[in-house]
Design a protein around this ligand. Sequence first.
Ligand SMILES: Nc1ncnc2c1ncn2[C@@H]1O[C@H](COP(=O)(O)OP(=O)(O)OP(=O)(O)O)[C@@H](O)[C@H]1O
Ligand SMILES: [Mg+2]
Length: 240
Amino acid sequence: MNALEVSGLTVRYGPVVAVDGLSLVAPSHSMVALLGANGAGKTSTLRAISALERGRSGTLRLYGEDVTRLKAHELVARGLVHVPERRRVFSTMTVRENLELGGYRYYRQSSELRRQFEATLDLFPRLRERLTQTAGMLSGGEQQMLAIGRALMSKPKVLMLDEPSLGLGPQIIQTIYKTLQAISAQGTTVLLVEQNAHLALRVASHVYVLRAGHLVAEGPPSEFSQEATLAQAYLGSDET
Ligand SMILES: Nc1ncnc2c1ncn2[C@@H]1O[C@H](COP(=O)(O)OP(=O)(O)OP(=O)(O)O)[C@@H](O)[C@H]1O
Ligand SMILES: [Mg+2]
C-alpha cells in the first residue's frame, strides 16, 4: 500500500513553473528521498503536497484516499506532517512548550499526550535534558531535533522533512539521521528532501531526482552509487 501518492503535480508562481508534472509514491513504511540542486523545486513540492501553495495542480492520495482538496490543517489531522526548511521553532517558548504545542490539538486525552511526549523524548534524549530551556537558545542541531520532535507530537503517519541537515555539522547530522531511521523503523513513512545526495542515498529505499522542476531520474539508491550517474542526474547529459 502506498502511504503517499502524488501524480501530475505542477506548481506555478505566476509565469514560473517550479514543478512540472511530478509523480512520486512513498510506499507505507518506506523512506523516500527527493534530491536536486538549488532551485530544483524540492521545497515547492513539499509545500504543494501540504496544501501550502495556491498555484498547484495534480492529485494527492493518502493511503489510497483522494485528499487533493483538503486544506493544510486537515492533512495534518490525517497524519501528513511537514517539517519545513530552516527548522522553525517558537524561539521564545521552552522546549517543553514547543513539544506540547505540536501535540495538543490531536489528543482527546492528556494521557495520550504524555505518552507521545515521552516517546518523542526517548528518540531525542538531548531534548529531555533541555525541557525548560528557551528554544531560541538551543544549538542549530538541537533546534532541528525540536522541529522534528514537535512534528512527531502529532503522531504523523507520513513525515516530510525539508533539508534537515542544512547548515549542521557532521556529528549532529549523524545523530539526526539515525533518529530518522528509527522513526521510519517504528512505522512512519518518511519523505526526505535533501541537497546532500550522499547522505540521502545511505538511508533512502527509493530516490527521486528533480532538475528544474522535472523528474530526471528515480530508482533504488544502488542505481546511483556511481558518482557519474548522480552527477548526470543532477546536471543532465545535455550540459556537457
Ligand atoms: N514564493 C515564490 N515565488 C516565486 N518563485 C518561487 C517561490 N518559491 C520558489 N520559487 C521558485 O521556484 C523554483 C523552485 O524553488 P524551490 O524553493 O522549490 O527549490 P528547492 O529545490 O527547494 O531549492 P533549495 O535547494 O535552494 O531549497 C525556483 O526557481 C524559485 O525561484
Ligand atoms: Mg528548498
